[in-house]
Design a protein around this ligand. Structure first.
Ligand code: PLP
Length: 404
């Protein structure tokens, strides 16, 4: 069947449309294939689960109250959301720049870094994804960058957290900053998400912070996937004691998926640059009330329902479940997990990965099979019941059993 719109990250012929009709908690419903257990939070944004009444009602009420806006508008929910986000940031963060999603959060952080430092070079990891717009995809280290090169000039990628290159706990970035010179920004996912749940050491993150200071570069931490409780902390960067970036970017679960919003949180030492100088950026739908209302309620839900602590508490169930699969299946060779974000390393070729996807579909369980990163990533809504999490892992096990 052909549709009058594009499917992304695929040829149109190979697209796999999903007939989504709704959902509840950790389950979503499709028109053609029934109910799925969601171990992927759709595309890592459904942290509060499906059909959350409080967030739906907040969006509905906002539409009645104030629906149209301009970038210069001031209204209570916009201020309340900015204050809520800054409350969760490390000390010293004073301003929020709203965007439409994660890609343009990184895009705008890159612009701010250029405006503040006067330098255009940036460093990021090969094992990373930072978004699809031209600047964000240039920062991206994985395959999604390659076909649009040359994108923007001046981005240098490093092998940090690449287990095949033997770079896991340590970092090359201080040395690259020194040799490269003239670098304005370093972009890092706090915990690498879609590229295989790679967890840096505190020591390496603090060494990068120190090197940024020594070489006049700003440190931008990307929390688009790792934020909002996913790793058992509100932001992933909280796993690294004492780490204070210059900017923090976010999107996805900022609205729990109930609106389209991203944000850049900016430390006072960077924000002060724009007191007298023009902030040369903006968007027509800057801080759109519907998305702001969704985000404000989503954050209240994370807080009121204790979902961050819940992700931390369920973390061992996910880890142990994946470890049992690793021990039971020859093709499963490793586990990396933190909070409700876990990766099972798989030595399957592309064809077998395709069979795994089909077997998971037959089991009616959704999760992220990344053939290029050789892993299956589990990231359920933080509201998932422990029994459903165990059931989902069992279904993954059954699917693995049918692959070989
Ligand atoms: N940064 C990270 C770490 C991501 O995982 C993603 C999306 O997957 C993005 C940025 C881009 O966000 P969006 O697709 O909302 O533009």
């Amino acid at each position: 069947m052909s549709y009058p719109f594009f499917f992304t990250w695929t040829s149109q012929r190979d697209a796999a449309p999903v007939q989504l009709v709704g959902g509840e908690g950790a389950f979503f419903d499709t028109a053609d294939r029934g109910r799925y257990l969601d171990l992927g939070s759709l595309i890592y944004q459904a942290n509060a689960g499906h059909g959350h009444r409080r967030i739906i009602e907040a969006v509905r009420a906002q539409a009645e109250r104030l629906c149209l806006s301009v970038p210069g508008a001031v209204y209570p929910e916009k201020t309340a959301l900015a204050e809520a986000l800054l409350r969760h940031a490390p000390e010293g963060f004073t301003k929020v720049l709203f965007t439409l999603g994660g890609s343009d959060a990184n895009e705008n952080a890159l612009k701010i870094a250029r405006l503040v430092t006067g330098r255009h070079k940036a460093i990021s990891r090969y094992r990373s994804y930072h978004g699809a717009t031209l600047g964000a995809v240039s920062l991206t280290g994985d395959w999604r960058r390659v076909s649009v090169e040359p994108a923007i000039p001046g981005v240098v990628h490093v092998l940090d957290l690449d287990e095949r290159a033997g770079r896991t706990g340590s970092t090359d970035i201080p040395r690259v900053l020194e040799l490269e010179g003239n670098v304005g920004a370093v972009f890092l996912e706090s915990i690498v998400g879609g590229n295989g749940v790679l967890i840096p050491s505190t020591e390496s993150m603090l060494a990068i912070r120190e090197a940024c200071d020594a070489h006049g570069a700003l440190l931008v931490v990307d929390e688009v996937l790792s934020g909002f409780g996913r790793t058992g902390r509100f932001f992933g960067l909280e796993h690294f004691d004492g780490l204070v970036p210059d900017m923090i970017t976010m999107g996805k679960a900022l609205t729990a998926g109930y609106g389209t919003l991203g944000a850049v949180l900016v430390h006072e030492r960077v924000a002060r640059h724009f007191e007298e100088r023009v902030l040369v950026t903006g968007l027509t739908h800057y801080a759109h009330p519907i998305s702001i209302a969704a985000a404000l309620e989503a954050i209240r839900v994370y807080e009121d329902e204790g979902l961050v602590a819940r992700a931390a508490a369920l973390g061992p169930v996910l880890r142990e479940g994946l470890e049992q699969l690793r021990d039971a299946h020859e093709c499963a060779t490793g586990v990396r997990a933190i909070g409700l974000l876990g990766s099972l390393e798989l030595t399957l070729d592309a064809e077998a990965m395709g069979r795994l996807k089909r077997a998971l579909d037959d089991e009616r369980v959704h999760l992220h099979v990344n053939a290029r990163a050789h892993c299956a990533i589990v990231a359920p809504p933080l509201v998932i019941e422990e029994s459903d999490l165990r059931e989902g892992i069992a279904r993954l096990g059954r699917a693995l059993g049918r692959v070989l």
